[in-house]
Design a protein around this ligand. Sequence first.
Ligand SMILES: NC(=O)c1ccc[n+]([C@@H]2O[C@H](COP(=O)([O-])OP(=O)(O)OC[C@H]3O[C@@H](n4cnc5c(N)ncnc54)[C@H](O)[C@@H]3O)[C@@H](O)[C@H]2O)c1
Length: 361
Amino acid sequence: MKDDKLVMGVLGLGEGRSVISAVQKSSYYELGNICDLNDELCKKRVKEFGLSKYTTRYEDMLADDSIDVIGIYTPDQFHAKHIKQALKAGKHVICTKPVMIGLDQAKDLVGCEKESGKLVFVGQSSRFFEPLKRQRELYEEKNIGELISVETHYKNDSRWFLERDWSRQPGFSWMYNFMIHAVDLATWYIPEIEEVFGYGSVSPNMKSYNIHTEDTMSFVMKDKSGHFATVEGAYGSPCLDGNIEFPIECTLRGTTGISRGGYSKLKYYERTIDETGRHDRMETYDDKHDFYFRFEKENHHAGEYQNYIEYFARCLQKNMTPKPDLSEAIHTIGIMEAMKRSLTTGMPVKVSELMREYELE
Ligand SMILES: NC(=O)c1ccc[n+]([C@@H]2O[C@H](COP(=O)([O-])OP(=O)(O)OC[C@H]3O[C@@H](n4cnc5c(N)ncnc54)[C@H](O)[C@@H]3O)[C@@H](O)[C@H]2O)c1
């Protein structure tokens, strides 16, 4: 801590750029150092943000006693390893999604977190985007009555992403990297998903990139009390304009209302019905556009990251567990492992059976 501010070190300076901006604009934080293997990129960020130092060695940042929190924005395949190193060095962790790309390292990481006495928070950014934050707030006020079902999707022509070398490496999947946003929103509202079933396809477009992971998927999942969610993803083919269909969308159906929030439009829709009739609400948050989108285009997440790093800081102050914590994030990975298995077997899969295989329940 410095002057009552948490000191953060940022690892991985692609998307890590957004968290540097978030830290610089936040009264809760000070930037400790930045790190990337790519020396050129470090220099670019130093210039962009007016910094005085950087390192290309993660070990240097871990050895720096002034740093309280490590923000991890490296490729998905390295998250588990980088979290473990941070915990062993006695740092709190804010890690971007997905926390890991399978359950092999889950039990070990849970043990490391416990031993360290530090906290791991997973940055599910969509929860922290204005319309989806607002949808949750109103849902907690029971605006739609009792929840019946949830529909979420993340659909976007994301073939541009395949320029990243790590998207061609083992461990990359559209499900873990992209669809996790839709899965996380569904499980935020229906936390105790017990069974999942779905279909998926590796489109001909993917085959032309020599990629063999499903890029178009549709799932249904349910909990014990009958709430269910439909969750869809499409990444390797054309999509409609974001004004017609939000890339990320979450629709809640309840006994007395329906609500919809999404990304990246700053809009929220709701219809409720009571004894006085039908009430339609549409909120726009255009005044927050420049808070959420700070760089070129609308594909960065600085505002969401500022919301979540500040939430993390407030949780630490109040001695509360920031959510999603490690165990919730691992559970979401368990649900996605069950989704993967359903694609392979063509059968519904019980999440708890899968978790037990990894000694996680
Ligand atoms: N909405 C969101 O929350 C959101 C959005 C975009 C990306 N992400 C996540 O951010 C992560 C990074 O994605 P990206 O698009 O920035 O990828 P990227 O390839 O642009 O950046 C990753 C960086 O990590 C660096 N790196 C790799 N190994 C390293 C190591 N051992 N030490 C230091 N640096 C290392 C690379 O050099 C690279 O610059 C991914 O996990 C992705 O899922 C999250």
